[in-house]
Design a protein around this ligand. Structure first.
Ligand code: G
Ligand code: G
Ligand code: MN
Ligand code: NA
Length: 250
């Protein structure tokens, strides 16, 4: 199966949909927002974004796909999202560095009446280090619109801590690899502790990703982490389920 060829038809054939994964505050235990996660089902099978995003990134198809995601997520969540909740959307490196990204997003927010201060864009460390000067400028423009910025997969991308300070990001998302190792590896526990200290020092809030167990949860609480996302709270779910669900408190 050729992914690039398949992707050419994916939008027109309605093969994409979005799932939403709830995030909870560790202070209040309450739902604070959702991350939008792209899903592709084609020829009867499910293909993971891990397997197609990089293909779309290299072929350039990501610009069109990314635009579809933005439109879809902002329009379907606009009537649903409560005013104290946030919505996070992933941007690939190429999409993030796209020239017209800021005006495109600005126009979409206006047209769809989506409040900019409830939108968070997730950018990987790689997108930042691949062109640091441009990343600073792009983030600064997005923030002028009122949008928040999260650094995704934090801890995997070797971004320099000093340079992190220049970025004006709002949140760090600790990669699930480190969370998975909590209570298995002392080194990873120290690393998580260190990331939390660093974040506090820079006034960044922290979300731990891929939290699966109560043990991880209480460890993160003890370490002062702000929020979590993971199967222990909720799995990614289709919009119909977001509409119907009454969210449990952690
Ligand atoms: O939800 P899942 O584990 O399948 O996601 C796998 C990876 O795909 C994650 O790293 C996630 O950031 C990425 N991803 C999911 N949806 C999107 C999207 O809409 N755009 C981009 N660029 N990446 C996405
Ligand atoms: O964008 P990012 O790389 O952060 O994507 C998060 C990924 O983690 C998504 O693919 C999502 O489906 C996945 N995920 C969410 N919660 C859990 C969890 O508790 N455990 C594991 N293993 N994966 C998770
Ligand atoms: Mn993400
Ligand atoms: Na991540």
């Amino acid at each position: 199966y050729n992914i690039e060829t398949g992707l050419k038809r994916a939008i027109d054939q309605h093969e994409f949909h979005i799932q939403y994964q709830p995030q909870a505050s560790l202070k209040t235990g309450k739902l604070i927002g959702y991350e939008a996660l792209l899903r592709w089902q084609t020829a009867g099978q499910f293909i993971s974004p891990d397997d197609f995003i990089h293909v779309a990134e290299e072929s350039g198809q990501i610009e069109q796909i990314g635009l579809w995601v933005l439109k879809q997520v902002l329009s379907e969540m606009q009537p649903i999202l409560a005013s104290d909740q946030s919505l996070s959307i992933n941007l690939s490196p190429r999409q993030f560095h796209q020239n017209n990204l800021v005006p495109v997003i600005s126009n979409l927010l206006n047209k769809l009446h989506f409040p900019a201060n409830q939108l968070e864009l997730e950018i990987t460390e790689f997108a930042i280090v691949s062109n640091f000067e441009r990343a600073i400028a792009q983030i600064s423009e997005l923030k002028k619109l009122g949008i928040s910025i999260a650094i995704d997969d934090f801890g995997t991308g070797y971004s320099s801590l000093i340079r992190l300070r220049e970025l004006q990001a709002d949140r760090l998302k600790i990669d699930k690899h480190f969370i998975n190792q909590l209570n298995k590896s002392d080194k990873d526990e120290q690393l998580v502790e260190y990331i939390l200290m660093l974040a506090k020092n820079m006034n960044l809030s922290v979300v731990a990703e891929g939290v699966e167990t109560q043990v991880q949860l209480s460890k993160l609480r003890e370490l002062g982490c702000d929020a979590i996302q993971g199967y222990v709270y909720a799995h990614p779910m289709p919009i119909e389920k977001v509409l119907k669900s009454e969210h449990s408190v952690l």
